[in-house]
Design a protein around this ligand. Structure first.
Ligand code: TMP
Length: 217
């Protein structure tokens, strides 16, 4: 049975401005009277937040293999889908998620070079078929994203300590994925200021949202 809600995911590399845009969009949707659930991956539920800490900050993660990393991201997602996302969609809520399965396809599949069929299998198992209606890819030059990310917070976490090539592979991987799945993934130029990017997102969503969600923005 189709869910009553709306699921939108945001993707992009470090520093692309996802969290700011999610915040802005959640206000606009709430103003239109809808329930909005904002989530992040990894995380978004108690177990997921523990896994997030393991993946990003816990010293035990220092020697983490790419395979273990893939499975931990998937474990967080499997829990979030069943504990939070599906119930929210069943209630008719709008779910805005900061990263979802495309992060795994790109970071673990492309940048860490795990075989695409293994990543696809794990993604399918974790999501159990729950997919966003629309995914907004905030595209930004990798070096610029790193500069922005470095300005806004403290010490880099484990995922932010890779070489520049890693983040270039992430950007390339995202753009290739968006080209292959253009009916779901929309590319947004994230090089402008907050208002410009917000306006581009609103235009894209007004073109792509259907049914009762059409015209909500
Ligand atoms: P963030 O919440 O600050 O974006 O941190 C999440 C980090 O984890 C970021 O570096 C991207 C990475 N990541 C993956 O490598 N694979 C995934 O499936 C997800 C959700 C995130």
């Amino acid at each position: 049975m189709a869910s009553k809600g709306l699921f939108i995911s945001f993707e992009g590399s470090e520093g692309c401005g996802k969290s700011t845009q999610i915040e802005r969009l959640s206000i606009r949707f709430r103003d239109s009277g809808r329930e909005v659930v904002t989530l992040r991956e990894p995380g978004g539920c108690p177990l997921g937040e523990k896994i997030r800490d393991l993946l990003k900050f816990d010293p035990a993660g220092a020697g983490m293999t790419a395979e273990a990393e893939l499975l931990l991201f998937a474990a967080s997602r499997a829990q979030l889908v069943r504990e939070v996302i599906r119930p929210a969609l069943e209630r008719g809520a709008i779910v805005l998620c900061d990263r979802f399965l495309d992060s795994t396809t790109v970071y673990q599949g492309v940048a860490r070079a795990i075989a695409p069929e293994s990543v696809a299998f794990v993604n399918a198992f974790a999501t159990g078929g729950t997919l966003p209606e629309v995914t907004l890819l905030l595209d930004l030059d990798a070096a610029e994203g790193r500069r922005r990310a470095a300005c806004r917070k403290g010490p880099a976490d484990r995922m932010e300590q890779e070489r520049e090539e890693f983040y270039e592979a992430v950007r390339r991987g995202y753009l290739e994925l968006a080209a292959a799945e253009s009916s779901r993934i929309a590319v947004i130029d994230a090089s402008g200021n907050v208002d410009e990017v917000g306006a581009a997102i609103a235009v894209t969503l007004s073109e792509r949202l259907k049914g009762e969600f059409h015209g909500l923005l």
